[in-house]
Design a protein around this ligand. Sequence first.
Ligand code: NDP
Length: 280
Amino acid sequence: MAQIIDGKAVSAAIKEQVRDEIARDNIKAGLAVVIVGNDPASRVYVNNKKKACEFCGIQSFEYALPEETSMQELLELIDTLNNDKNVNGILVQLPLPKQLDEKAVIERISPQKDVDAFHETNVGKIMIGNYSFLPCTPAGCMELIHSTGISVSGKECVVIGRSNIVGKPMAMLLLHENGTVTICHSRTKDLAEVCRRADILVAAVGKPNFVTADMVKEGAIVIDVGINRLENGKLCGDVKFDEVSEKAGWITPVPGGVGPMTIAVLMKNTLTAAKLQNKT
Ligand code: NDP
């Protein structure tokens, strides 16, 4: 039976570290969160980010814009935030309504304030291993892997999913720690066979119960990034938890695994941004 990796506990420890450093060094840090429209899931995420800021002693600035906001209005707000000394980090909650160009919005955020690490400049820095911010979800997954005490070095790592926000950066972070990394996607042949090679398996597919026990090596670390809402309203991951937990060595639950880590790393990134900006 797998040991459960407790994302709530690991994320709480990170937020406490951030809070303690801010209090100890009297650091002034601010995070602006921009939400456009009325997506209920986005609203929940934004509220959780606000709560985490309060806990850590980070000032939070929330900008809730109407669904019909134009590109020009949104870019003007980002320009204002880029120039606001009280704002160290800027996060635009995705997805955005259809009329808005997400890529252009992300590129408008100053790379120094891009605490999501989605800007091309930061993506490039992650690629070469010279970064200030790590993307929140993959960095959170790395923290969970570290919490097992098992080293990534030399391990077979398989990431299912190749999105810019999860799969690709996840693979890069595992590579930076000397994992032997395979990235799988919808065109991968013999997916189960590839996954069975993994000492560390990361699922970022967005399909409920996609990873079954026959895809998992005995004793593997299984990190479930998926957040899927079932018809009955319950949240479930990409991994069929009941059967995979019988076979894996370590497993993250959903909820209570990767989800809380994303926000904890966001707090860490905001503190890093504040420290870097206060230096200049
Ligand atoms: P995307 O939809 O952008 O990417 C999904 C990936 O899964 C794609 O690369 C796709 O391949 C691959 N895929 C789809 N079907 C298959 C298949 N049958 N076999 C193999 N690969 C497949 O999703 P995201 O990366 O944005 O998110 C993934 C999941 O993680 C979602 O459930 C999301 O809600 C969750 N998430 C959770 C976060 C958290 O804080 N815990 C944060 C961000 C996301 P292809 O490229 O070929 O289409």
